[in-house]
Design a binder for this molecule. Sequence first.
Ligand SMILES: [Zn+2]
Length: 88
Amino acid sequence: MAKLVWWLLVGAAVFLLWRTLRRRAATPAMPPAASPPRPSPSAVEVQPMVRCDHCGVHLAASDALQAHGRHYCCEAHQAAAAAARADR
Ligand SMILES: [Zn+2]
């Protein structure tokens, strides 16, 4: 019985060694297919970020509303800031 267990352990060790060596041999030859190609930095459009003058949220300058040299995230905040300015 002990001999059977011994040979099972030897077989398992040989199998694990064979599988590890096979994976190592296959890894350098295979290109990383799982990861999609990353766009180059020049291909990514870099947009300046601005801060909403009312709530402070940061958003892309192209998405922001601009009035009186200030940026707003939405028309409601632009109106609220205008109303706050009128109260002063
Ligand atoms: Zn806002």
